[in-house]
Design a protein around this ligand. Structure first.
Ligand code: HEC
Length: 149
């Protein structure tokens, strides 16, 4: 009987967490909709960044439900703050000058598997990048480094 009660308790918790989580996701706008005005990010790259980077590297963070948990919340906020300090795709307006270094770092971080961070990939399976995604991001970043003719 005790096991049954624990099981029911756990299930109830899961349901609460799930409902809470989905309501948060629905409330937040899709990041790519707001970034679509930037000229430097082509339409085949934007969905990749949206899936894997924009939560930490843009002003359009979709805060996850677990951001409401104490301690976890601090870690999430720190990641986002630090991430934006390094790269903020929201600032990539047509007037923004991206440096070659910045672009090289993006290619390196993605192809080396450092970005998105492992902890993020574990909670967001959709953020895992395929070899094709990585190649596409690198080709784009390298092509942007060439001066315009
Ligand atoms: C969970 C949040 C998070 C996600 C998602 C994320 N990053 Fe980061 N990123 C960080 C943090 C925090 C730092 C700064 C600390 C560090 O370098 O680990 C960082 C640093 C970087 C840097 C600078 C690294 C350097 O060598 O200076 C680049 C470039 C970068 N991220 C690109 C990306 C790209 C591209 C994606 C998507 C494919 C991505 N990140 C996804 C949090 C994130």
């Amino acid at each position: 009987m005790k096991a049954m009660r624990i099981f029911l308790g756990m299930s109830a918790l899961l349901v609460v967490a799930f409902v809470w989580g989905t309501s948060m996701t629905v409330a937040a706008p899709r990041a790519s909709h707001r970034l679509a005005g930037t000229h430097s990010i082509p339409p085949h790259i934007l969905p990749i960044l949206d899936r894997a980077c924009l939560d930490c590297h843009s002003a359009q963070t979709r805060w996850p439900w677990y951001n409401r948990l104490p301690l976890v919340s601090q870690a999430v906020q720190r990641d986002v703050k630090e991430g934006r300090e390094h790269v903020d795709f929201s600032s990539w307006t047509p007037l923004h000058r991206v440096t070659a270094n910045e672009l090289q770092d993006i290619c390196d971080a993605v192809s080396g598997g450092e970005m998105p961070p492992l902890s993020y990939r574990l909670v967001h399976p959709e953020a895992r990048l395929s070899e094709r995604d990585k190649t596409a991001v690198c080709e784009w970043a390298i092509q942007l480094q060439r001066p315009a003719e």
